[in-house]
Write a protein that binds this ligand. Structure first.
Ligand code: FES
Length: 122
């Protein structure tokens, strides 16, 4: 397919991200990616009505919550802010690749997570 350069900005056709985009001749821009903070989810007991910020970039030292690290380590990624109506024990994603943030959806069981080398983990 072809989308006129004037309306599409950075190329969205990922099949051409390895080289220069032939659609528009602009240098493709890759989306910001999180790093894997852990290969498992974090079980946490959350309070009702309290505001939480789940780390989406993976750089926080206070996993699974945001400590502001994204501002320098991953400025294009923002934490997911949420609040619960009732107190609950939940599993928050540690691999940062869940498709239903901030909750674990089982993605951490996939090979690309389990086989990944993490600098700060055994
Ligand atoms: S820890 Fe990320 S999907 Fe389970």
């Amino acid at each position: 397919f072809y989308i006129a350069p004037a309306i599409h900005g950075p190329c969205l056709d990922i099949s051409y991200w390895t080289s220069c985009c032939w659609h528009c001749s602009e240098t493709p821009v890759l989306p910001a990616k999180p790093i894997i903070a852990a290969k498992y989810p974090f079980q946490v007991d959350l309070e009702a009505g309290k505001r939480y910020a789940w780390c989406a970039c993976g750089h926080s030292k206070k996993q699974p919550f945001c400590d502001g690290s994204h501002k320098t380590a991953a400025p294009d990624i923002s934490p997911v802010r949420f609040k619960l109506d009732e107190p609950k024990s939940v599993w928050l994603c540690g691999c940062k690749h869940t498709k239903s943030p901030p909750y674990c959806d089982g993605t951490h069981k996939e090979e690309f997570i389990q086989k990944a080398e993490l600098p700060n983990q055994p």
